[in-house]
Design a protein. Structure first.
Ligand SMILES: Cc1cc2nc3c(=O)[nH]c(=O)nc-3n(C[C@H](O)[C@H](O)[C@H](O)COP(=O)(O)O)c2cc1C
Ligand SMILES: Nc1ncnc2c1ncn2[C@@H]1O[C@H](COP(=O)(O)OP(=O)(O)OP(=O)(O)O)[C@@H](O)[C@H]1O
Length: 333
């Protein structure tokens, strides 16, 4: 059985993203007035981020003020990190998820080395105050700002108390006894643990890309595949075969997916690193945008001794996924 439309819209970030988007490098940004804010990179927009935003929105409603998510572009880790970690989300998906989170506005601060060197006083006074009057700040208790992370929650709370700004460092949302973080979800995906990643993301892990061409042999073997090129800089789940859901033109199909260069064809030109057989779909997908939401890991990819063995195994995987999800598309547009 395919999941409900509501769940699918969540997986593919199709929920209504109606909050205003305010870029601080856009000189025409309208001032937002009194605001309750949450601050962070929010890569993955996981269940910890979601709870932090829910608290921010509840506080803003109680005060009769605007709720704002303050985030950065690019992700600070890409500017000041020792080597940027692969991201759970494209920038636009991250902003979209924040815009659908219940806040009134998403404020995007361009992140530069100069910004990274500011302390909290300059960050609030010079960067944020032209667009909003911050009255309350919600962050995780481990949050740090500024050069060397010198502005801890305690430092900001003491500074804010004298200025009528309430700073709250919330205890972190835990899973299996330790904090849910983007870093931990990346590690789960690197082990192929897509179901655990789903629990911590609050939706299935999703990759998006454009269909290019592969070696052109899948159709002849009975399972045509969309060979998906994904933008650089994103996390990849561990190589292997997965049951997924695939969105194409607003319709979601069950899909059998191979992640990683197929070991049987390693070294041959044209092999695709991400390919999906959309179950129940027929048509030409080249040039289209396809998104994959990861449901379950089926097995490691392996070297096959013969084409017959490869076909039988892959068709068996496809049948298992068909048995679980059917072969009909579900419209989520
Ligand atoms: C569900 C699925 C499972 C696959 N498993 C393997 C595998 O274990 N080993 C392998 O070498 N190739 C595997 N492949 C890749 C196929 O070999 C590949 O799709 C086929 O050769 C066609 O490639 P092409 O689209 O580049 O022409 C798998 C493909 C799919 C869709
Ligand atoms: N598990 C959590 N529970 C509540 N708040 C959290 C949690 N994780 C992060 N936050 C808070 O959410 C905001 C955004 O966090 P940030 O972007 O640093 O995410 P992160 O998941 O900790 O990422 P990373 O693993 O890359 O450090 C910060 O205020 C942070 O303290």
């Amino acid at each position: 059985m395919m999941p409900e439309v509501r769940e699918l819209r969540r997986d593919f970030l199709r929920e209504d993203g109606s909050a205003a988007l305010v870029r601080l490098d856009d000189g025409a940004a309208e001032p937002l007035g009194d605001a309750v804010i949450a601050i962070g990179a929010f890569d993955g927009f996981h269940i910890g981020h979601q709870k932090l935003i829910a608290r921010t929105v509840a506080d803003a409603r109680a005060r009769g003020m605007r709720a704002c998510a303050v985030t950065f572009d690019p992700d600070p880790d890409c500017v000041v990190g020792p080597g940027p970690a692969p991201k759970l989300m494209l920038r636009d998906d991250r902003l979209f998820a924040l815009r659908a989170s219940g806040v009134d506005a998403v404020v995007v601060v361009p992140f530069t080395r100069e910004l990274a060197a500011l302390d909290h006083v300059a960050f609030f006074s010079d960067v944020l105050s032209p667009v909003m009057d911050v009255r309350a700040v919600h962050v995780g208790c481990d949050f740090r700002l500024g050069r060397g992370g010198a502005s801890t929650v305690e430092v900001m709370r003491a500074w804010g108390a004298a200025r009528g700004i309430e700073v709250t460092g919330h205890s972190l949302v835990l899973a299996d006894g330790s904090a849910v973080t983007a870093t931990r979800i990346r590690a789960l995906l690197a082990e192929g643990l897509v179901e655990d990643a789903r629990a911590e993301l609050g939706r299935r892990f999703m990759m998006r890309g454009t269909v290019g061409s592969g070696r052109g042999q899948g159709t002849g073997m009975g399972f045509p595949t969309a060979n998906i090129a994904v933008p650089a800089g994103l996390v990849w789940p561990k190589d292997g075969v997965y049951a997924c859901l695939a969105e194409l033109d607003g319709v979601v199909w069950p899909a059998a997916v191979n992640v990683g260069i197929p070991p049987t064809f390693a070294g041959l030109p044209g092999a695709s690193k991400l390919e999906a057989n959309l179950i129940g779909f027929s048509g030409d997908v080249r040039g289209s945008a396809v998104s994959l939401a990861f449901c379950r890991r089926l097995r490691d990819s392996r070297v096959f001794g013969s084409e017959r063995e490869l076909i039988d195994t892959v068709m068996g995987n496809i049948q298992d996924i068909r048995d679980e999800y059917g072969e009909s598309g579900v419209c989520i547009a």
